[in-house]
Design a protein around this ligand. Structure first.
Ligand SMILES: C[S@@+](CC[C@H](N)C(=O)[O-])C[C@H]1O[C@@H](n2cnc3c(N)ncnc32)[C@H](O)[C@@H]1O
Length: 255
């Protein structure tokens, strides 16, 4: 999927706030931890993670060469990056003291499979920390799905739609517990996007959730799809400034 690090970076403050909340959930930081950041993106936030962990060996994994193209600037002793999918990473041998993932696991399907597979890669005594958007609640993502399900896009997409694999927060708490988790934290938090124009709400989604639709639509329907989606956002947010309550899930457990 063609990620654009420049577009993604436009909402740096809004997108990094939940990362720093996730970082607060990292407990019991001993020197020399082995750490993996699944879906590390540009590597900028992985560097913050690594800088918090003395003498840790940190590996950032992402399957987008575009997102990782600047990662070299964040590399240092003890911090490296690899272009690889999360699924391929989980198929490799090896376990980690800390598995961290910020705003990435929502791109991997089947969380009933994914979470046990990730937990399996945590060393005894290790920790999992995950942050993901609760997209089934977030209105712009619901409007995106509605646009994709309307004519003429639904026919052109031949049934393609990207429903979020993200489960309810209480289901994650159960999965963490059933797979040996202790000290479980399972939180939801609203990270508001406060902007003046609906165009900015559109841009926030265009850099992430809209990408698969742009890939799947025929060229002649891309501009009408964008116009239709923007019109739905505009109709939903009549007040100024716009307050878009973006809901995210934060999870942590020891194993
Ligand atoms: C919203 S960005 C978050 C990036 C970074 N963690 C951050 O907080 O800035 C999601 C990232 O997940 C990556 N990603 C999505 N699906 C993936 C997969 N199956 N395997 C590896 N990376 C994936 C994307 O390439 C993208 O860089």
């Amino acid at each position: 999927m063609p990620w654009d690090p420049v577009k993604y970076g436009h909402f740096k403050r809004e997108r990094s706030a939940p990362f720093f909340d996730a970082l607060q959930l990292v407990q019991d930081v001993k020197p020399g931890l082995s750490v993996i950041d699944l879906g590390c993106g540009t590597g900028e936030l992985t560097r913050h993670l690594a800088d918090r962990l003395p003498d840790a060996t940190v590996v950032g994994v992402d399957n987008s060469a575009e997102m990782l193209q600047e990662a070299g600037t964040f590399t240092r002793d003890g911090l490296s990056f690899v272009v690889r999918s999360i699924q391929d990473q989980l198929a490799l041998p090896g376990q980690w003291d800390l598995i961290f993932s910020n705003a990435a696991l929502q791109w991997v399907p089947d969380h009933e499979w994914l979470f046990p597979a990730v937990i399996d890669k945590i060393k005894p005594g290790g920790q999992l920390v995950v942050q993901m958007p609760a997209q089934h609640h977030n209105i712009a993502n619901r409007l995106l799905l509605q646009t994709a399900a309307s004519a003429p896009y639904e026919q052109a997409l031949k049934g393609f739609k990207r429903t979020s694999p993200v489960l309810d927060t209480d289901r994650y708490a159960q999965l963490l517990f059933r797979h040996g988790g202790t000290n479980i934290t399972a939180l939801e938090k609203i990270y508001p996007l406060i902007v003046e124009e609906t165009e900015e709400v559109f841009n926030f989604v265009a850099a992430t959730g809209m990408i698969p639709y742009m890939e799947a639509l025929p060229e002649e329907l891309k501009a009408p799809f964008v116009a239709d989606f923007k019109a739905r956002i505009a109709a939903y947010f009549p007040d100024r400034p716009i307050f878009y309550p973006f809901r995210r899930i934060l999870l942590s457990a020891r194993f």
